[in-house]
Ligand binder design. Sequence first.
Ligand code: FE
Length: 232
Amino acid sequence: MNPKTLHKISYGLYVICSKNGEKINGQIANALFQVTSEPPTIAVSINKQNLTHEYIKKSNFFTVSILSENTPMIFIGNFGFKSGRDIDKFKDVEYKLGKAKMPIVLDNTLACIEAKVIDKIDAGTHTIFIGKVEDAEILSEDKSMTYEYYHKVKGGFSPKTAPTYSSMVDKKTKKEEEKMNKYVCKVCGYVYDPEKGDPDGGIAPGTKFEDIPDEWVCPICGVGKEDFEKEK
Ligand code: FE
């Protein structure tokens, strides 16, 4: 079996929100789809370990913000790679309360849906929540973000601070200096330490950040090398 076959399935990218009493939370999900049209229902697959899962289970309600293709990585990082148990994900985010008083993220959102849970399926690590669409609204005519676009674009950035060298001597000196430099993931905060490498990701201890193959991704959140910056 080639497990990469499953990567050929297309998805979108969404922020799923819910609440528990006065506490609100949201997370990124890609596994969401329409199930029926009469009545309109949708299904979303949510990891049981996530705080949003706990909130949906309690409130039996979730909202969906359909993300635009222009959504920045840092926004996705905030909702996708951090936990509402540790931070307030809504701190610098515009949102509103929908008809059912559930939070709906508005930033980078081209359309939103409010859904009442009418059924759920235990899928091992995840629960598939089936929701009846109670309200839905289009906010802009932007293009929807697809999961493929997100991966392609995140791999498409050029390093912003690519160092240039005027001579071989400078290059060597600079490289020797950089040998000790740690690099920080701008999305999730993971620190690459060249002394330790990333043995699980196939990077041997002692490998300079510059020498890591371009295909390497952050072991925590999965972004590419271009989303790392030198530790200050
Ligand atoms: Fe990361």
